[in-house]
Design a protein around this ligand. Sequence first.
Ligand code: NAD
Length: 498
Amino acid sequence: MSSPTSRSEWEQLAESITINGQAMINGQYQPAESGDTFDCISPIDGRLLAQVASCDYLDANKAVANAKAVFEQGTWSQLPPVKRKQVMIRFADLLEQHADELALLETLDMGKPIKFAKAVDVAGAARAIRWSGEAIDKIYDEVAPTAHDEIGMITREPVGVVAAIVPWNFPMIMACWKLGPALATGNSVVLKPSEKSPLTAIRMAQIALDAGIPPGVLNVLPGFGDAVGAALALHMDVDTLVFTGSTKIAKQLMVYAGQSNMKRVWLEAGGKSPNIVFNDAPCLKAAAIAAASAIAFNQGEVCTAGSRLLVESGVKDELIQLIAQELKSWQPGHPLDPDTVTGAMVDERQLENVLDYIKAGSDEGATLVQGGERVMEETGGAFVQPTIFSDVNNKMTIASEEIFGPVLSVIEFDGMEQAIEIANDTIYGLAAGVWTSNLSKAHKTAKALRSGMVWINHYDGGDMTAPFGGYKQSGNGRDKSLHAFDKYTEIKATWIAL
Ligand code: NAD
């Protein structure tokens, strides 16, 4: 069947697909042991999509025991890397073959535009799986520089059972940034998707089996964070916990690791990223287009959102005007319309959070330039306008807290030193943008920023080939690139006396 090309064709497809809400343990779809379910509601129109298994510690115990047994049997963990590579590539191919279905599930479940669900989410997830698979038979171990009568081998081994806990903003991509290197290196995985967007993870579990990943190697447990999430984080047989989500929960996971087995904990957490535009930016229009996309793309539900626009006094008014103009093309529309670029917020609660922040911005004295309103309420969906505040100072709530919605705070500065000081004055350190024609200023600013990623004269670039992650309370370790493989392997030194 050819791909849908209109909203009505996507709606027809939505009527025809079967949505599975069960957990996947040891290659079998099954309900939660308790029999409990929760309602999976679409933020597009409030419709019930599925009743989803509400897993807890009973399911965590079962999935981890199976994952551990499968790891020890070696059907996946001891497969030659070239064989694992072939299966991973097949997995990526199948994700692409199911692109329409997966994109549709993602859009219905979390409200993002179908256009991006397919071109960004499904494509990015498949790329992560394929890239990691292709890499695995090209990574060599090391031999230490030793005396002539001994050999010191430095080898990498899979850690064992990996628990991966992921958020709702890019459900497939966040999962596959973990699954790619975790599976390629031979681990068994228990994946816990967000309770707000569990559907694609559940579907991917079957696709992984179809690709040839053995039963028990990829388990998926939908459910709530304080139930199944906490059970995994406290589990004595989980060797490594990888997480993407808020800084608040990231800190809690470190506590859980300390209270249990000191499992390795790798955290990708929140951000409040500065996008710095100097008076000598090479093209103000290009900076405005990027700044608008940096706050509006994915409804602003992006960890690297350029939510603090630091602008030098000389270009402030013109830049704000250009961004305001640009954001007119980011107004919300129906997520299944292929022309829509801004969809619904993930749920009513997140919409309320965003509206509360908008109120706080006005209450604390920032100037509302544009937006600020809930829209399309008659659809039953959770839509909000992209919003700009100017006259913001860095201490205001909207400048210091992660909103995770399309709300831009414009902060004025004078000179490079002040820009760097304001940019770094945050608990976060995920990403930053710098716009200048001066090469020396670009390098000096990039070096001074306490941030895991810096984009010069653009915003939000990236690929599987480069690491993704943050400084400070934005987390530790990195997703993507070969650096991500560190999280999923232990290093062993073996000494041989000759
Ligand atoms: P969240 O921290 O509320 O939830 C993330 C996951 O943790 C969910 O699956 C949730 O169920 C689970 N969880 C919640 N409480 C738990 C507990 N006590 N024990 C174990 N698990 C628990 O985050 P969210 O609202 O889903 O996602 C938004 C956050 O994710 C933002 O802060 C955003 O910046 C961050 N994020 C970071 C990156 C990155 O790469 N740095 C990428 C995307 C999103």
